[in-house]
Design a protein. Structure first.
Length: 344
């Protein structure tokens, strides 16, 4: 039943967003790929040694999705999204999640002005790019308000509903080394993030450059990062992403990969507590199109699925306690699945 449901969802998405043409215009795809390459080059002026992270952020932006980043403090997670906002010509806000942060501190509230009467004060969430810093520091009520805004792309203050800016992109991060004083995101909420990215330390050469060119001694503006596109251009590229052609055989490949996480009929299957939800199928479907667009292609090939699979699946595979005891990671299980499931 789950397999048939996923297939119907993917088929409906294709009909709704790709009926106008079988493949996206090749010239437009090439132009978009060039713009993305220039954006990446500009970002590298200030955020370097993390090319795969930049690729994942750009890919998520093309998919109109959100990203959860996990990494130790001090590896420039905030800097990455700030640079991305700059090259995109978009507004940017950083929200520091703390134990006493309230939903109204994020969304806004209704206040009374003696001269004007009741008025609405919009919160900091009304920006194109948001970094939710240490999202697991705040209690579930505040986390849920943020997740709802991400999902619905709108917020309600008092009795009035406001649409959030378009594009609207959230990069939430959490610190993996601390377990006290934190409120772990429930699995159902983590599933709402398109990608989960694991950000590691930079390599030695990059760190040498970081020492010399760092934002402690230089202002962000000193790096002279140019604005390459605009919010309107981002929206156009998002629409173009959905027009990238994905063959029926690739759809079946996606479904087989996701189904394998549920069947658990392979060597590492007993380490899986719960397989991936239909959101995994949808995320692979859209993310593979974004990967193809970034490569300058108007069609998806099997290697595009492999390129995005870990970002899409690592947080959707619920592992058992036995996996943790035996130090079996979700990445290892994903690698094993790709050995078993044959590419078309």
């Amino acid at each position: 039943m789950a397999f048939l449901y996923c297939y119907s969802v993917l088929k409906k998405m294709d009909q709704e967003k790709s009926d106008s043409s079988k493949k996206a215009n090749p010239a437009k795809v090439k132009d978009a790929a060039k713009a993305l390459a220039v954006m990446k080059k500009e970002i590298s002026k200030v955020f370097f040694g993390q090319d795969l992270i930049v690729d994942s952020l750009l890919r998520a932006l093309l998919c109109n999705g959100h990203v959860l980043v996990e990494g130790v403090p001090g590896i420039a997670k905030t800097l990455a999204i700030k640079a991305l906002a700059q090259v995109s010509g978009c507004s940017f806000k950083r929200l520091q999640f703390t134990a006493d942060l309230l939903p109204s501190d994020i969304l806004g509230l209704t206040t009374y002005n003696p001269e004007k009467g009741f008025e609405i004060v919009k919160g900091p969430i009304f920006a194109n790019f948001i970094i939710a810093d240490e999202i697991n520091r705040s209690p579930p009520k505040t986390q849920s308000a943020m997740i709802e805004a991400m999902q619905e792309k709108q917020v309600t203050i008092g009795s009035t509903t406001f649409s959030l800016p378009n594009p609207f992109f959230v990069m939430a991060n959490q610190n993996p080394i601390e377990t006290e004083g934190v409120y772990s995101l429930p699995e159902a909420q983590i599933d709402r993030f398109l990608f989960k990215i694991e950000m590691d330390y930079p390599d030695e050469e990059s760190e040498k450059r970081i020492m010399e060119e760092n934002t402690t001694f230089k202002k962000f503006e000193d790096f002279d990062i140019e604005t390459i596109v605009s919010p309107e251009k981002i929206i156009m590229m998002q629409q173009l992403t959905h027009q990238v052609y994905l063959d029926k055989k690739i759809k079946e490949y996606i479904l087989k990969i996701v189904k394998k996480t549920r069947d658990k009929d392979f060597e590492f299957g007993n380490y899986i507590e719960l397989g991936c939800s239909p959101r995994a199928s949808i995320a692979l479907f859209v993310a593979a199109k974004a990967e193809a667009l970034m490569k300058g292609r108007n069609f998806v090939i099997p290697s595009d699925i492999k390129s995005v699979a870990k970002d899409v699946l690592r947080h959707r595979l619920i592992l058992s306690y036995k996996a943790r005891a035996d130090k079996i990671s979700s990445e290892k299980i994903i690698n094993e699945i790709f050995k078993i499931v044959r590419a078309p």
